[in-house]
Design a protein around this ligand. Structure first.
Ligand SMILES: Cc1ncc(COP(=O)(O)O)c(C=O)c1O
Length: 365
């Protein structure tokens, strides 16, 4: 079976170095907030081109902590998309603020700046653009709207580690950038993990405080914090994988280029890349009105596919009641047509060729 993602293949590709990192942590006797986390925070911040990185428990927590550190709370509104992982909206509702869900651009599937403008009210405090599938959002427009309206921009970078927009890495384009290290991500741990990156020293200090019980000094809380730490084991593994991130992203781009060329003659919607951005293809998502039968056919031929995401957030029970939203026609149509094809750095050329050939056979057979 050709899988859509395969974190184990990445472990096997760097087994010796990862095993060594794990042994190093075990032998150190320090398992929480030690040398590995400190070093990884700096290495990842440097990689993103910002001053600070704060390791946290997950991508959801990175967003949650970033929002709280910016003072976002009940009574506030935060504008984001309905076409994203539910975690983006969960992080907003965890603060007590209201997620305001807007539509996406039909070509690139990222937040539609005109819809953001229409959704701004006196209560709006922040915008969360999501760099979906590995492609940066239209950050020039988002930043301009934010500046004109005094809003904070918090980037959801969970699917776009290493992607660039006008030559700058995601995470460095807003007030704060939030990453997930869920195992299938472009930079994935062997469990959960996340990071907030920022150039703003005050906000970085605040996130550090909040992620560990509000402690400025050990055992003494000076704020309402909780426990949301990245652990040493994950940081050790992530330090190994960070060294391969650019090469791995390049492999994803090569696979994507093969798919784009090999599927170009088929009646499918293929992903499009903005001129201003480098796409890192966390997912390779195509569009077809014939989704169910395509998925079934590929499954029978031993090829796994996914749907990211089948139900837009405003149509999920909890957020249907809680969130604020208007017409989301592009999102709704897209959610009925998208299919994610196998995409991960260790996917072989032979396997991607099999995917292409199988889809060609279906079309011509
Ligand atoms: C766009 C997006 N935002 C946020 C998250 C949340 O990350 P995590 O699963 O690490 O909490 C994810 C991953 O699931 C995601 O894809």
């Amino acid at each position: 079976m050709i899988q859509t993602a395969c974190p184990q293949a990445q472990y096997l590709a760097h087994k010796k170095e990862i095993d060594d990192a794990i042994s190093r942590v075990l032998d150190s006797g320090r398992y929480i907030l030690g040398e590995e986390v400190n070093t990884f925070e700096q290495e990842f911040a440097d990689y993103c081109g910002v001053k600070h990185g704060i390791g946290v428990a997950s991508g959801t927590e990175a967003l949650h902590l970033a929002l709280v550190s910016c003072g976002i709370a009940q009574g506030d509104e935060v504008i984001t998309v309905a076409h994203t992982a539910v975690a983006t909206a969960s992080a907003v509702s965890l603060t007590g603020a209201k997620p305001v869900l807007v539509d996406i651009d039909p070509e690139y599937f990222t937040i539609d700046p005109d819809c953001v403008k229409d959704a701004i009210t006196a209560r709006t405090k922040a915008i969360i653009p999501v760099h979906i599938y590995g492609q940066p959002a239209d950050m020039d427009s988002v930043r301009l709207i934010a500046e004109e309206n005094g809003l904070i921009v918090i980037e959801d970078c969970a699917q776009a580690h290493g992607a660039k927009y006008r030559g700058r890495r995601v995470g460095s384009l807003g007030e704060m950038g939030c990453f997930s290290f869920y195992p299938t991500k472009n930079l994935g741990a062997i469990g959960d993990g996340g990071m907030v990156v920022t150039d703003n020293s005050e906000l970085a200090d605040k996130v550090r405080l909040l992620r560990e019980y509000g402690w400025k000094e050990r055992f003494i809380s000076s704020d309402q914090g909780w426990n949301s730490r990245l652990d040493e084991m994950q940081a050790g593994v992530l330090r190994v994988k960070l060294r391969y991130l650019d090469a791995d992203n390049q492999k994803r781009v090569s696979l994507a280029n093969d798919y784009l060329a090999g599927l170009a003659n088929l009646p499918l919607g293929l992903p499009r890349k903005r001129d201003a951005s480098d796409h890192v293809y966390h997912l390779f998502v195509i569009k077809t009105e014939d989704r169910a039968s395509l998925q079934e056919y590929l499954k029978k031929e031993g090829i796994g596919t996914g749907i990211h995401y089948p139900v837009p957030i405003h149509q999920q029970d909890y957020f249907a009641k809680l969130a604020k939203y208007g017409s989301l026609k592009v999102t709704e149509k897209l959610s009925r047509e998208i299919v994610s094809l196998p995409m991960y750095p260790e996917l072989s050329r032979r396997e991607s060729d099999t995917v292409i050939q199988t889809m060609q056979d279906r079309s011509h057979g």
